[in-house]
Design a protein around this ligand. Structure first.
Ligand SMILES: [Zn+2]
Ligand SMILES: [Zn+2]
Length: 341
């Protein structure tokens, strides 16, 4: 089978490798779609702190089961699945306390261990989740980023009836905002500086503000009322939005940090202290988040299509990274088509 191998930053070659043999607890899948995200781009540029080369990327996938191991009862050939890319130890403190997404020796497929950018992939059946028929291959590959959003919402708690402000309208910010609505939030506002991403947010049914053009504080009061938002999700990972979150958070309210910070944050800790803010981190997801994500997608509560800006054939993998680089904010989710079906 053909596998896309990133030999060094900026270089991908295709190599012929044997299709792995299926163990008793494993399944073999034929890859259908792979989404490319910001973390992949860091690897492409040699700027991902925890990835070495060569590496096979691919962690946001949809695939079809083609073979199952002798002890596997939950899957059969023909099943549509997505696969959780985390490889965890099961023994450390986080793993034994329900937080395996924060495993001390966490390996993520496509970063610290082999990703799924090959025609076939063999994985533990326990990492796979069945996708209902009404979730397309494209949408199936977006269950992973949607699970990130579901986890972020749950790190706050129940958003039912709450006012939610999301800072950042990239794929994750958009999905956090859509998920908040889908999970019952009363009012959701998304703040984003890119006009293109604002348009996408509006297409997905969200209320928006461009804080460069309008005063964010005024908009917050106009939209949510004088008490502001109950919770703010920081989905960018830069000082500016972190400090917006701290500045505009209502006293005693919550900020969930979803954005990945490339640099050490320089934030107004005095306000966090004085306003008794609760700062919560959110990293990846757990299986219950995947299940909820699939449930939301199956119910048609998430608008994915406006987020999918490009499709690239498997044989042109490198173009996905180039598109994201060249089109900047206009490339949101770029999907690698592994199999035309
Ligand atoms: Zn990703
Ligand atoms: Zn662990």
């Amino acid at each position: 089978m053909i596998q896309a191998l990133m030999t060094k930053p900026g270089e991908i070659i295709y190599q012929e490798v044997d299709v792995p043999v299926v163990g008793p607890e494993q399944i073999k899948v034929k890859m259908k779609r792979i989404g490319v995200c910001g973390s992949d781009i860091h690897v492409y540029h040699g700027k991902h702190p925890f990835t070495t080369y060569p590496v096979v990327q691919g962690h946001e996938v949809s695939a079809e089961v083609v073979e199952v191991g002798d002890s596997v009862n939950d899957f059969k050939p023909g099943d549509k699945v997505t696969i959780q890319p985390q490889v965890v130890c099961g023994k450390c403190y986080p793993c034994t306390h329900g937080m395996y997404n924060d495993c001390e020796v966490l390996k993520v497929m496509g970063f610290q261990t082999t990703g799924m950018a090959s025609e076939y992939f063999v994985t533990e059946a326990a990492k796979a989740l069945k996708l209902p028929d009404n979730i397309s291959w494209d949408h199936g590959s977006m269950i992973e980023p949607l699970a990130v959003a579901v986890h972020a919402i749950r790190r706050y708690g129940d958003v039912q009836g709450k006012s939610v402000l999301v800072l950042g309208g990239g794929t994750i910010g958009n999905l956090v905002a859509q998920t908040a609505k889908a999970m019952g939030a009363n009012k959701v506002l998304i703040s984003e500086v890119s006009e293109y991403r604002l348009e996408v947010a509006e297409k997905t049914g969200l209320e928006t503000i461009n804080p460069v053009k309008k005063d964010l504080g005024e908009k917050i009061r106009a939209f949510f009322g004088s008490d502001g938002a109950d919770v703010i999700f920081e989905c960018v990972g830069i000082n500016e939005t972190m400090n917006q979150a701290i500045k505009y958070a209502r006293k005693g309210s919550h900020i969930v940090v979803v954005g990945v910070f490339g640099d050490m944050a320089n934030m107004d800790a005095a306000l966090i202290q004085d306003h008794e803010l609760t700062l919560v981190g959110s990293a990846m997801y757990r299986v219950e988040d995947y299940k909820k994500a699939i449930e939301l997608a199956e119910a048609g509560l998430i608008e994915f299509d406006s987020l999918i800006t490009n499709h690239v054939p498997f044989k042109e993998y490198q173009r996905a990274y180039q598109i994201i680089e060249e089109q900047k904010d206009k490339a949101m989710k770029v999907i690698i088509v592994m199999d035309e079906d």
